[in-house]
Design a protein around this ligand. Structure first.
Ligand SMILES: *Cc1c(COP(=O)(O)O)cnc(C)c1O
Length: 748
């Protein structure tokens, strides 16, 4: 919840920052007052680029200072994205460069590297390589050093940068420094690059994201105002002494942007009314705004060239170029418009290239099949993320998607793929082979096996980089033995603690044995968790038990700490926990059923007002339609006898596909009122469900033909059957109904 609001605020601030950068390149006030122009574009607007950098650091890099740093995926993805953008922008500006003769003097190889890596292929494009170099530098430093040390290193680098930027006046008076900097400037034209300038701001993002006692709203505001005043004076003094070689870097810029970012992140008074502002939140958090600011950054120099060109041709130069205010507004407006068009076009292109109509992608809608609504899956992810983020802040807990049992029948690979695309890189499965299947299909991120893996299969853990649950101390020893045979610390595990479920896990009372696990040399302990047995209940007795189990878990964790071990990332909540006991949130939430759009029972899904939407539809063909004379029976053992003449349809799905045999409205096994939907009408099931077929009453439905579609779970016309409803009819929970759905079903 709150995070969403702050992130929206950051998105809008990025838009403002982009327009400030347009200002840096157009000098909006130069025709009004040189003095004012100096303060605004050469000093004040210098906060814009650092702001972009801090945002990147804040969202991308904190991970690399935690125990989960092994996940290089986000880093790779980011670098690929920025690299592509840089390559695209380079091509875009190639004609301008050639026209301006920038590449004319036969560049040797180093000059090319200098341009590509440091100076940028157009005057504003230095930003992209500097971003990549900075991010890589922070990543490499994070491998070796703590945040504090990396802070000192980036601070020193910035200092070196200052001496080649605004403080160059000092450098040229010191012969030694002068020699060094002259040499440096043959390698790159400015110190405002990925080595000296970007690292400190990227790291600042990490610090702000992870620092629990960062300054509050008022302190940040005052801090920002004071630092800004200092920076304006600093700029004025340096300018007067003609010190700057270039003016991107000031000392006061550091506190200035630090306080500004903290200010933007601090809660506003209106946060509590969040519910009503939800739809606004959803809109403002629109990632499009983020993209638009990026495109403004990329495109505005092009627009400048365009505006100048067009005004020269049309003879409007005196208004459109020489009046700096109008020039600035014009460039900003056109940059915004072209960026919006760009983002719109790209999103259209993307949806065309990724939109495969189900029929062509998987034509097997011939007998019985499952359809997934990925839009609903994404919706559920965002609801769950919001809940999870609201429950704790530092560090933000992660959603561990439970995709065991073929993702509760939905198709594990398909679901995990979509989750990967939406930034989920933590999964839980029940068995080693489920983990292997995901890896074989290139699913990225952590995969935790919740169950027992036989020692003969330990090699698969390593081969497919799976995390194994430590079931108890004895099992830990077996894993450790295996670890000895392979290179050290290559067995990655989460320890399970049994706090009262009495299923898997080392017992919480046996603290010696738990500590014993920490003492084993060959295990890499990446997490610790427990499973709570009564999360789904409102009853006092059950809630007290949840509390007892959680307290017991906390007690174990503090004992681990007393023994001198760091507490690994911990987790204890499942779907119900997220809604019913969010106060117990750990570092992950292991969410299964809720991802798929429901809780185990319909009344719970409604009571918690979860807003979740079912992801699955289950459908099958009508294989035959026939008339049943009065008194005839249907199916095995007279399980249904017609009282009057009826029209029936045979549907090609049965209990071997996972439909409970008793899901019948009137069979001998009947435990409820089973029905399916045909052409938007209810068709009650007749007799017991057979292995491969079921029979339904379509007497009241016109126009039912062989080959029509029957909906077993999902919508038809205005009606809907949910998995929870089938569960209620057959005396079980939705989890069982979904996870039983068999291999024979096509998954489209
Ligand atoms: C299945 C399972 C989950 C997921 O539970 P849901 O109620 O579906 O969210 C979480 N943790 C463990 C240990 C599990 O076995």
């Amino acid at each position: 919840m709150k995070n969403r609001e702050y992130h929206a605020r950051l998105d809008y601030s990025r838009l403002i920052a982009a327009l400030m950068i347009v200002g840096i390149h157009t000098y909006p006030l130069s025709s009004v007052s040189e003095e004012l122009n100096f303060y605004i574009t050469h000093v004040f607007a210098r906060i814009a680029v650092p702001f972009f950098l801090i945002t990147t650091g804040y969202f991308l890099l904190p991970l690399y200072f935690t125990s989960e740093a092994k996940n290089k995926e986000p880093l790779k993805k980011f670098i690929k994205k920025v690299g592509l953008l840089y390559a695209g922008a380079t091509l875009l500006y190639l004609p301008v460069n050639i026209y301006a003769g920038h590449y004319a003097d036969g560049n040797v190889l180093w000059d090319l590297i200098k341009i590509i890596v440091f100076d940028g292929t157009f005057y504003h494009l230095w930003y992209f390589p500097a971003l990549i170099v900075g991010v890589l530098l922070i990543y490499l430093l994070s491998r070796k050093f703590s945040i504090r040390v990396v802070g000192i290193i980036t601070g020193l680098l910035y200092l070196l940068g200052l001496l080649g930027d605004s403080y160059y006046g000092i450098t040229i008076h010191l012969p030694f420094l002068d020699t060094v900097y002259t040499a440096m400037f043959s390698l790159f034209s400015y110190t405002r690059n990925g080595l000296f300038y970007t690292p400190i701001f990227l790291l600042m993002g990490v610090v702000i994201a992870t620092w629990k006692q960062r300054p509050g709203k008022m302190t940040s505001f005052i801090g920002f105002m004071i630092s800004m005043l200092v920076m304006l004076s600093e700029g004025a003094i340096l300018h007067r002494t003609q010190s700057p070689r270039h003016d991107s870097m000031y000392i006061a810029l550091i506190p200035c942007v630090f306080f500004l970012f903290c200010f933007l992140l601090s809660p506003s008074k209106g946060v509590k009314t969040h519910r009503s502002s939800r739809s606004i939140g959803a809109f403002v958090c629109n990632p499009h705004i983020r993209d638009i600011s990026l495109w403004i950054y990329v495109l505005h120099p092009f627009i400048i060239v365009l505006v100048r060109g067009v005004s020269t041709i049309t003879g409007f130069t005196s208004i459109l170029v020489e009046n700096s205010v109008i020039h600035y507004l014009m460039v900003s407006l056109l940059s915004c418009v072209s960026s919006i068009m760009m983002v719109f076009l790209l999103s259209k292109l993307k949806s065309i290239s990724t939109h495969h109509p189900d029929e062509t992608k998987n034509p097997d809608k011939t007998r019985a099949w499952i359809e997934l609504d990925l839009e609903n899956l994404r919706h559920n992810i965002s609801i769950l993320r919001e809940k999870i983020e609201a429950a704790a802040s530092h560090p933000t807990p992660r959603l561990m998607a439970v995709v065991k049992a073929n993702a509760y029948g939905h198709g594990a690979v398909r679901v995990a793929n979509e989750l990967n695309k939406n930034g989920i890189f933590a999964f839980a499965v029940a068995t080693v082979s489920e983990g292997v299947e995901l890896r074989k299909h290139k699913i990225k991120g952590e995969i935790l096996i919740l169950g027992y893996t036989h020692p003969t299969q330990f090699y698969l853990l390593r081969k497919y980089r799976l995390l194994q649950t430590v079931i108890d101390y004895n099992y830990a020893q077996k894993l450790n033995e295996y670890g000895k045979q392979i290179s050290k610390k290559q067995v990655f595990v989460h320890i399970k603690v049994d706090t009262g479920m009495n299923r898997l896990g080392e017992r919480s009372e046996d603290i010696d044995r738990i500590i014993g696990i920490f003492q084993l040399q060959n295990l890499q302990i990446c997490g610790i968790y427990t499973h709570l047995s009564t999360l789904d209940s409102h009853e006092e007795k059950e809630r007290v038990f949840v509390k007892q189990q959680a307290d017991e878990f906390t007690r174990v964790l503090s004992q681990i700490k007393e023994y001198g071990y760091t507490i690994p990332p911990r987790h204890l909540l499942t779907s119900y926990g997220v809604f019913n006991h969010p106060d117990l949130m750990g570092d992950y939430a292991r969410v299964g059923i809720a991802l798929y759009g429901m809780l185990s029972r319909q009344e719970d899904t409604d009571t918690y007002n979860t807003g979740l939407r079912p992801v699955m539809s289950l459908k099958a063909r009508v294989s035959a339609v026939k008339m049943l004379p009065a008194n005839a029976t249907v199916g095995y053992g007279f399980s249904f006898r017609a009282m009057k003449e009826m029209k029936i349809a045979i549907i090609s799905i049965g209990y071997a596909d996972g439909i409970p045999r008793c899901y019948s409205s009137d069979g001998s096994l009947s435990c409820g009122n089973g029905y399916v939907l045909v052409n938007g009408h209810k068709a009650p099931t007749l007799g017991n469900i057979c292995m491969d077929m079921m029979i339904v009453d379509v007497s009241e439905i016109d126009d039912v033909d062989q080959g029509d579609i029957a909906v077993i779970i999902g919508k038809s016309g205005g009606l809907e059957i949910t998995a929870c409803e089938i569960a209620a009819q057959t005396n079980t929970i939705a989890n069982e109904i979904l996870s039983r759905l068999g291999e024979r079903l096509a998954r489209c």
